[in-house]
Design a protein around this ligand. Sequence first.
Ligand SMILES: Nc1ncnc2c1ncn2[C@@H]1O[C@H](COP(=O)(O)OP(=O)(O)O)[C@@H](O)[C@H]1O
Ligand SMILES: [Mg+2]
Length: 163
Amino acid sequence: MSAVTLFSRSPAETEELGRLFGSLLTRGTFVALHGELGSGKTCFTRGIVAAAAPASAHLVASPTFAIMNEYQGATPLYHFDFYRLASAGEIAELGFEEYFLGDGICVVEWSERLDYLLPGEHLGVTLEHAGDDRRRLTFEAAGPGPETLLARFAELLSSEKFL
Ligand SMILES: Nc1ncnc2c1ncn2[C@@H]1O[C@H](COP(=O)(O)OP(=O)(O)O)[C@@H](O)[C@H]1O
Ligand SMILES: [Mg+2]
């Protein structure tokens, strides 16, 4: 498993990183976000949606009440927030598993709640506070598809002077 780490200095920069990352996501990609409250998961997701489903980027908010929001792009994008769910069992009972194995793009906040439901092939993104408006973002790939995508993301970051 390879990893890419970089720093963001502002919400706008985190959103821009989401946009670059989102421009590479393809059908069936599963993005597992990690990070405490306020680390920037929703901000990063807004960038992803701006790239993958541009018409609805302005709608992206912390979907804590909705659990799942769907955005229409070339491929449907499902944004989950499992903060209020206690366990994988509860998530399975709500029937969300079928989205995880489908053709859409899934972006999941509080993905640690998924436990055994986490697909083997996924991209992990960990966001951490690094002082004031700084955030450390660590990208990890699990599986061949995600590895290829992460390599392309690293190339894109260096061409955009992020790395
Ligand atoms: N570099 C940064 N990246 C993202 N958010 C930041 C950054 N610096 C400050 N913030 C602030 O942190 C908060 C992140 O909120 P949000 O994206 O909803 O986090 P989460 O979804 O992880 O709870 C926002 O209030 C945002 O303005
Ligand atoms: Mg959030």
